[in-house]
Design a protein around this ligand. Structure first.
Ligand code: 3BY
Ligand code: FES
Ligand code: FE
Length: 421
């Protein structure tokens, strides 16, 4: 036990992993130690499929975005053939970071140091004067695996990415397609640097135990009965639960009539690519994440002909969650910055033809999740402060925190696999 509470430079990572008591929160070094932060990047972020962006963010040939994942920097770019490609943002000359802006548009990818010039397809096109025998074809940008699932872009830094993501893609596609993400545009994208370990951010997302007290705007539409089984439902949530059941019955009919999938698929651990997806009813008007539940955008997505479709919600391990509504899609990705810092990027997508100020009001569209993110940021910063105290001892998860437990189980199994392949 001394090893897991002692100075982090003495950490025995395998013993630390084994020291976690099932059904309880993680021991402190998982949230505070620099070694664990580096382990997380190597064992989790560099071995999994990670959601990074959406296709509309790089809509035209030459559009790119860059993203830091620990020490990695990745370029995601739409090439001249309109294919999405991903490259390590590391020059093949002397290693300089090449693109330095978070996003933009390029003809070619040019290193600012000595102007080595790469095509968007990664080929080295120009390298000034070189010694005889220099073979440009040996110095293309190093590729990163990337794939689009109905317009959601996932990358994998692994040489051999987890093969079971094929199964995830096949099973989530029927839920995503009706919202036609490729036919949307970015209405807003807000970055928040939260003062907490990325796992505290994810654990916080995977439960709604804190929603009632913590999220007045979100719970206008998000049923706080989330996560409870009918038997465990607290008495004071029974009226909301009754509304939920009635709204669910109606939603099921609406989906059946239109052939829209809504059943829950939940495989949050026990596999490399783990996920959960389900369409669920919203409270109020039941259409969108607004204060009264009415659609925030008048232009519905894809060919959807009804606004009252609740939310198709997806969790993907390790770092993302999504809500697809009739009128917009909101995506969330969490990236580790330091042991006690994480980036939370929220992106709102509306129909590509929706006109701001006419079809949607930007504040109405974004305010619920802006408030919710801000509130969650405060909660997880407090959690980070608390787990940093020597008095912290991991406490037990309540029954409605089962998805938090599943997240920790998944995380620990990825780390175990990395430490003892
Ligand atoms: O997945 C989500 O976005 C929700 C919001 C609140 C808690 N969490 C389950
Ligand atoms: Fe990129 Fe020299 S390091 S051109
Ligand atoms: Fe929250």
């Amino acid at each position: 036990m001394t090893l897991v509470t002692g100075p982090t430079d003495m950490l025995d990572l395998a013993r630390l992993v084994d020291s976690r008591i099932p059904g309880r929160a993680l021991p402190a070094p998982f949230y505070t130690s620099r070694e664990v932060h580096e382990l997380d990047v190597a064992a989790v972020f560099a071995t999994s499929w990670i959601f990074v962006a959406t296709e509309p963010e790089i809509g035209e040939a030459g559009d790119y975005l860059t993203l830091d994942v620990g020490p990695y920097s990745i370029i995601v770019v739409r090439d001249d053939d309109e294919q999405v490609r991903a490259w390590h943002n590391v020059c093949r000359h002397r290693g300089s970071r090449i693109l330095t802006e978070p996003s933009g548009s390029v003809g070619n990818i040019v290193c600012g140091y000595h102007q080595w010039t790469y095509g968007t397809d990664g080929r080295l096109l120009h390298a000034g004067t070189q010694a005889p025998g220099f073979d440009r074809s040996c110095f293309g940008l190093k590729p990163v695996h990337v794939r689009s699932v109905s317009g959601l872009l996932f990358v994998s830094l692994a040489e051999q990415p987890p093969a079971d993501f094929d199964d995830v893609a096949a099973r989530i596609t029927p839920y995503l397609e009706p919202h036609r993400i490729r036919g949307t545009k970015v209405a807003a994208q807000h970055d928040l640097v939260e003062h907490a370990n990325w796992k505290l951010v994810m654990e916080n997302n995977r439960e709604c135990y804190h929603c009632e007290g913590g999220h007045p705007e979100l719970t206008c539409t998000f049923f706080p009965s989330y996560g409870y089984t009918p038997e465990e439902m607290p008495r004071h949530l029974q009226p909301a639960y009754a509304r939920y059941l009635a709204a669910e019955a109606e939603l099921e009919r609406t989906c059946r009539e239109r052939g829209l999938p809504y059943e829950k698929i939940e495989e949050l651990s026990g596999r490399a690519s783990a996920f959960r997806i389900q369409r669920e009813a919203l409270d109020g008007a039941g259409e969108s994440f607004t204060r009264d539940g009415r659609a925030a955008s008048r232009r519905l997505l894809g060919d959807l002909d009804v606004a009252r479709l609740g939310r198709t919600s997806m969790h993907h391990q390790p770092n993302s969650w999504f809500h697809l509504l009739s009128d917009h899609v909101v995506t969330f990705t969490v990236l580790p910055i330091a042991p006690d810092r994480a980036l939370v990027r929220t992106t709102w997508l509306v129909h590509a033809d929706a006109v701001e100020g006419v079809d949607y009001d930007l504040d109405t569209l974004t305010e619920v999740w802006d408030h919710t993110n801000e509130q969650d940021g405060t909660l997880v910063a407090r959690a980070q402060a608390g787990v940093s105290s020597p008095a912290y001892e991991p406490g037990p998860y309540a029954p409605n925190e089962s998805h938090v437990d599943a997240f920790c189980d998944w995380y620990l199994s990825r780390v175990r696999e990395y430490l003892q392949p």
